[in-house]
Design a protein. Structure first.
Length: 198
């Protein structure tokens, strides 16, 4: 009886509220995560000295400068070219071979511009295109899988930049400070303050 009540309540909520489609949710979540990551990279760069941008402990590591070049190249190739049909002029090997180059402001400005273009494309993408087959970097894939790859790839390198920034500065960057108090996101009004039944 209790189970049936909850199922009926759930059905009523789904029936009466405007629901985001799975496709729209995917595209919104993908764009939001990319936007969050690029903002976190900007926060990291504001903490770094010019010397730390191209610093590395060994030849087996990438400097933050390399990662910025690499992220811009990946987003441009996979989203703007692979999905948006823009020109693909990427020189991937140069992203890793660079040992010095532009300063943080210049590198980030180029990354931000590319990501902004990608965000516009993702947010405005017709849902029917998600199942479309595309060929990118020699890989046969779908538009959905290409977007998923870019978000996952961008997130991985973002956390590398965060870790390197913490190592260089010794600072807590505070990205999850809102969880310090209770281990969960705080709301404006605690649940215990709400009337029973709500």
């Amino acid at each position: 009886m209790t189970i049936r009540y909850h199922l009926n309540t759930l059905f009523l909520l789904v029936s009466t509220e405007t629901c985001m489609t799975l496709e729209a949710d995917f595209l919104t979540s993908a764009a939001d995560k990319l936007a969050e990551n690029v903002d976190r990279i900007e926060s990291c760069l504001s903490e770094l000295t010019p010397a730390s941008l191209w610093a590395r402990d060994s030849e087996n590591e990438n400097a933050i400068g390399n990662l910025l070049l690499h992220l811009e190249g990946n987003v441009r190739q996979w989203i703007l070219s692979g999905i948006g049909a823009g020109p693909d002029e990427r020189d991937r090997s140069s992203e890793f071979s660079a040992r010095t180059g532009a300063n943080a402001s210049e590198l980030f400005a180029k990354l931000r511009a590319t990501v902004d273009d990608a965000l516009y494309l993702i947010r405005s993408l017709p849902h029917r295109r998600l199942a479309e087959r595309v060929s990118i970097q020699g890989f046969e894939t779908t538009v959905l899988s290409a977007i998923f790859h870019v978000v996952e790839h961008f997130s991985g390198h973002t956390y590398q930049i965060i870790l390197l920034t913490k190592r260089f500065t010794g600072k807590d960057l505070g990205f999850y400070g809102y969880l310090d108090k209770t281990g969960r996101r705080e709301t404006e009004q605690a649940a215990s303050d709400l009337p029973i039944g709500e």
